[in-house]
Write a protein that binds this ligand. Structure first.
Ligand SMILES: Cc1cc2nc3c(=O)[nH]c(=O)nc-3n(C[C@H](O)[C@H](O)[C@H](O)COP(=O)(O)OP(=O)(O)OC[C@H]3O[C@@H](n4cnc5c(N)ncnc54)[C@H](O)[C@@H]3O)c2cc1C
Length: 340
């Protein structure tokens, strides 16, 4: 096996989190990973650091400290203004080879996944992608990554014995971001990044962002499965009345009834709403992982033996096409009475 560029004997006892920039703030998944990292570092007595790359982004450091970082390594360069895999992987590589952290976590976003893969190859280390949980084996100082495989039938626990850094990606929504403490502060460490334009093959011609659907923080999720027969308008009306949004299982997405960004579950979005209302959904494991962090689950299914009822707090055995119109009418009336 090829050795990584540095090993256990050279590692710094620290966890690093890649701080992805989303507009004017840090991406939600980065804050979630900071919260998890803080918990682990407090147990181990390790340092928690963030890697922030960009141009003119130093103001975001305060947000990182408030959420729990001890220090931020900042690579600021005009060539880092927009994400390009060549510039970002080179800057991240330089930073990691300078500090040699034991652990490096990234959000499993399009950019995070891109960066993680390129970097792992360059550092000659391993990468655990799309982990469903992370914790440390304190005795060995090893990261334990929980990864589901074989369509959810197997839960693998993966540790890296010798390769460093121990890299992992985690999808948005797996952890809670916690509350910021605006009195916390940290140390900003500027990085010397040696980038030149000829390193970068990617040319940004136009940047266009489509309508963004983010179900990770939605308070009420109304999810529909094959049993709603593609009637997502009905579900959208209910979601609107409850101040929420709609999601779906994979079959309606595959059949083109709803956008792929709204797929909930193992290969979709992991949500943690206050209430999840599951309509015409059987309750396959692949779907359930996307709602199991909800505070309350309501399931409506015409089959009393549907597995979704094993996860639900409230179980309604009924035809969705009969029960939902009545519920929508009742809620609309209540709203009229309340708001006139
Ligand atoms: C590797 C892999 C990854 C996957 N990832 C995902 C994922 O991320 N998300 C996901 O959702 N799936 C995923 N799947 C698919 C998953 O295994 C299930 O097939 C899928 O979740 C089933 O969707 P469903 O519950 O809508 O459909 P079905 O299993 O067909 O269930 C439909 C339910 O609707 C009920 N019903 C029918 N008519 C009515 C009615 N009129 N009123 C009330 N109830 C009614 C039925 O009783 C039934 O329980 C994945 C599969 C694989 C192999």
């Amino acid at each position: 096996m090829v050795a990584s560029l540095y090993g256990v004997d050279q590692e710094a006892k620290s966890i690093w989190v890649y701080l992805e920039v989303d507009g004017d703030s840090l991406a939600g998944v980065s804050l979630e990973l900071i919260a998890k990292g803080r918990e682990v570092c407090d147990q181990l007595g390790w340092e928690l650091a963030g890697l922030l790359l960009g141009h003119g982004v130093s103001d975001l450091a305060a947000e990182g400290y408030a959420h729990g970082l001890d220090e931020i390594w900042l690579g600021d360069d005009p060539l880092l203004e927009h994400f390009t895999i060549e510039a970002y992987s080179m800057a991240a590589y330089q930073a990691i080879m300078t500090a040699k952290p034991s652990v490096f976590w990234l959000g499993a976003t399009p950019d995070g996944r891109d960066l993680a893969g390129r970097l792992a190859v360059r550092l000659r280390t391993g990468l655990n992608a799309d982990c469903t949980n992370l914790y440390m084996n304190a005795e060995e100082g090893r990261l334990v990554c929980e990864v589901s495989g074989f369509g959810g039938g197997v839960l693998a626990l993966i540790e890296m014995a010798e390769h460093r850094p121990q890299m992992a990606t985690v999808r948005p929504g797996v952890y809670s971001p916690g509350s910021p403490d605006r009195n916390r502060s940290g140390v900003l460490i500027p990085l010397e990044v040696n980038l030149t334009e000829d390193l970068i093959d990617t040319r940004l011609i136009e940047r266009s962002i489509g309508e963004q659907v983010d179900l990770t923080g939605v308070p009420v999720l109304v999810a529909g499965g094959r049993g709603v027969d593609g009637d997502f308008e009905m579900l959208a009306r209910l979601a609107e009345l409850l101040g929420g949004d709609i999601g779906a299982t994979r079959p309606p997405v595959d059949e083109g009834h709803i956008e792929r960004e709204r797929q909930i579950g193992q290969t979709g979005v992991i949500t943690r709403p206050k209430v999840a209302i599951c309509c015409g959904i059987s309750g396959a494991f692949h779907f359930v992982v996307g709602i199991e962090k909800a505070d309350l689950v309501v399931a409506i299914n015409s089959d009393p033996g549907a597995p979704i009822f094993d996860y639900a707090d409230y179980c309604i055995v009924a035809d969705v096409h009969e029960i939902l119109p009545g519920l929508i009418t009742a809620l609309s009336r209540e709203r009229e009475v309340t708001f006139g």
